[in-house]
Design a protein around this ligand. Structure first.
Ligand code: ADP
Ligand code: MG
Length: 670
């Protein structure tokens, strides 16, 4: 049964009465491109036609839809400038009066002359007191539906009213409803407890009961889930190319491991094994490595990079910020170079001469491992033989950037890394066939982190406590968040607050003596890098920063994180920031300064250092759009899917597409 063929039998919108090309184009802009789409259009609400009620009772029902019956007492026509007019007719039923108001329908004054018996239905709104605005009037030719009638209402737009859409749907139902086929196998409908499309369409647009209507809605509620899964599967499947296998011999394997200044943890060793197996195959690796902040993902990435480079392939390591990209570059260069590998760093801030030279070396194959921001995937950059792309903090990149990477070649192995872990089932489901590795636990020898929402007494004692840490030779991050999103103005504003805090600390002897750096996004990248380097080398004890330090900065001697205006930041972001400390063996401290309105978040952080637990909580708070990066892509699936409620459906959808790969295409059109 090919669904596409059946669709053609149903035909294009122009087969409907009164739909020409112009109207079809308008409907298309509402997302309705075919008669099939029309039949599958979800009503925005189901109206149950009410019994007429007393005006006295209706006056207290603002926002509700009511039916009123009575006699017109007065009716006035007002001109309100230009061609605009307003008719206000007062209806009376023995219990009280209410105005019926009509805009730009001057003839209503005659129709509703005093003494006329009227039945009217509409929503009670405020029109200088409760009244009905443009109510529907029952007439002999067109009476109101009998009370209890169920009437779905539809969204309109682009010059087409919801009523017109509803009319077209009824027409389409009469002529084509019986032909509507169900593309989903029974098994899926069973799993989703949904009715097949044809029954659902009739139940949705001509429901006999509210329960039947709700059940039908379930069938069409599956649509966004199926579209989402279809996209995941299609993205995965578009990787038809074969990657180059990088086989890592036992000798190379132990040689690489000997480069690290530490033994891999059990978890790292396991993940390294998984990646070694992936790289040895020609099927392109698509692996998500999730591990809490500080879990040691970088070493795993370094292993993969060395393994590929040893096989003659090039590696790109992409990070979301210049700070992080350069840290990877500086941090890993010694290990890689000791192995005889050549590295470079490419960022947007590079001078053009330098960039040109680097690009040439990349293209000539004179670089083995390139670090950088998304600048790594600009058009002018060509690798001689890119075999592996590592994307750190992948959740910070949007779908668009990930696709940009994909455009560089199907034949590339990809390792995505994230410190914002998502539940495994959800990851599998969202990313389709992406393999997931998890680094659980932290490397040994980590001190504890004490987290405090500091206010009152704690807040007053904080400066003294910080001075003691400085005297003990430890280091401090002091974060002044950027305000709001990514706007230039916001960054500027927070740069100013960071400057102010910097000046304030400079005036305190304990801090000033040990040295303070100021880092924010308005500084040129190289300068920012120098300042962070001084902090990294321990030449200054305190760094005051905007959230540019958020991701990945690794200074094990830093034991204190102060976060101002912490209520402005999300749970995941706060956890990330806190993860900058607690990297050495000494005890660390995180002070959250912020508004009581974020108390719940602060308490959660005080209780838990487990990114997994926090992430689940965060997920619950933010919904799934963020997680998918859909928000950046301008997609509107977000909000339609609720991870908790829909997880079984998401999984069912994934399984369905595995069983019936032919169905994927069907859900991609929109
Ligand atoms: P993240 O997973 O947040 O990227 P990093 O890779 O930056 O974490 O690692 C955090 C710190 O842990 C680094 O200082 C790193 O050198 C150290 N580290 C990583 N693996 C181990 C290990 N097996 N034993 C000891 N320290 C390790
Ligand atoms: Mg990291």
């Amino acid at each position: 049964m090919s669904d596409a063929v059946q669709d053609e039998a149903i035909g294009p919108l122009t087969e409907l009465k009164g739909v020409g090309h112009a109207k079809a184009a308008r409907l298309a802009r509402l997302g309705i491109r075919s008669i099939r789409d029309l039949l599958l259009t979800q009503p925005v609400r189901l109206v149950v036609w009410p019994e007429p009620e007393s005006i006295r009772g209706a006056r207290g029902k603002k926002g509700e839809r009511v039916t009123l019956q009575g006699t017109i007492r007065r009716s006035v026509l007002q001109r309100i400038g230009g061609k605009r007019s307003l008719v206000r007719a007062t209806l009376e039923d023995g219990t009280g009066e209410m105005d019926l108001v009509f805009f730009n329908q001057p003839w209503m004054k005659e129709q509703l002359s005093p003494g006329a018996e009227v039945i009217a239905h509409g929503q009670v709104v405020d029109v200088r007191g409760p009244g009905l605005a443009s109510p529907r009037l029952g007439t002999e030719e067109r009476p109101l539906p009998p009370p209890g009638t169920l009437a779905p209402e539809y969204a309109g737009g682009d010059g087409i009213s919801g009523e017109v859409v509803g009319g077209l749907i009824q027409d389409a139902l009469d002529r084509f409803g019986e032909q509507l086929t169900e593309p989903l196998p029974d098994i899926f409908l069973e799993r989703a407890a949904a009715l097949p499309a044809r029954e659902s369409a009739f139940s949705l647009h001509r429901p006999k009961s509210v329960a039947e209507f709700e059940r039908a809605r379930r069938r069409f509620g599956l649509q966004p889930i199926l579209v989402l899964q279809a996209r995941c599967q299609a993205r995965r499947r578009s990787l038809s190319g074969a990657a180059r296998a990088a086989s890592i011999s036992a000798a190379t394997h132990s040689n690489i491991l000997s480069r690290f200044p530490f033994e891999l943890t059990e978890a790292q060793a396991r993940v390294v094994g998984e990646i070694r197996a992936d790289l040895g195959r020609t099927r392109p690796m698509r692996r998500l490595l999730q591990g809490d902040v500080g879990a040691g993902k970088t070493a795993v990435a370094a292993y993969a990079a060395m393994g590929v480079a040893e096989n003659g392939g090039q590696v790109a390591v992409m990070a979301p910020t210049e700070v992080l990209a350069s840290q990877h570059a500086y941090g890993l260069a010694p290990i890689l170079e000791a192995q005889g590998l050549r590295t470079c760093l490419i960022t947007g801030a590079m001078r053009s001469g330098e960039r040109k030279a680097t690009v040439e070396r990349l293209q000539a194959g004179e670089i083995d491992v390139a670090f950088g921001t998304h600048a790594l995937f600009s058009k002018d950059i060509r690798f001689r033989r890119l075999d592996l792309a590592v994307i750190d903090e992948q959740h910070r990149f949007g779908v668009a950037q990930r696709d940009q990477l994909a455009a560089k070649g199907d034949e590339v192995h990809v390792l995505l890394m994230t410190a914002t872990p998502i539940p495994r089932t959800l990851a599998l489901t969202i990313y389709g066939d992406l393999e997931v590795s998890t680094l659980d636990g932290l490397p040994p020898g980590r001190g504890e982190i004490v987290t405090r929402w500091a206010r009152g007494d704690d807040r007053r004692k904080m400066p003294r406590f910080l001075r003691e840490r400085l005297e003990a030779g430890e280091q401090i991050y002091w974060v002044v968040p950027r305000i709001g999103g990514d706007g230039e103005g916001e960054e500027a504003a927070s740069a100013v607050s960071a400057e102010r805090r910097h000046a304030d600390l400079q005036a305190r002897p304990g801090f000033a003596a040990a040295g303070i750096e100021l880092v924010h996004g308005r500084l040129p990248a190289p300068e920012r890098g120098h300042r962070l380097d001084r902090f990294r080398r321990g030449e200054v004890a305190t760094v005051v920063a905007t959230t540019v330090v958020e991701v990945g900065v690794d200074v094990s001697n830093a034991t204190v994180m102060v976060i101002e205006d912490a209520h402005r930041l999300g749970l995941a972001q706060l956890h990330q920031l806190r993860g900058r400390v607690g990297r050495g063996s000494k005890a660390s401290y995180c002070f959250l300064l912020g508004d009581k309105k974020a108390e719940e978040k602060f308490r959660l952080l005080e209780r838990s250092r487990d990114g997994f637990e926090l992430a689940e909580e965060d997920l619950r708070q933010r919904g799934m759009g963020d997680l998918l990066g859909l928000r950046q892509s301008g997609d509107n699936l977000e909000g339609l899917i609720d991870p908790e409620r829909d997880l079984p459906l998401l999984i069912a959808a994934r399984d369905l597409f595995h069983e019936r790969p032919d169905l994927v295409q069907h859900f991609l059109g929109s």
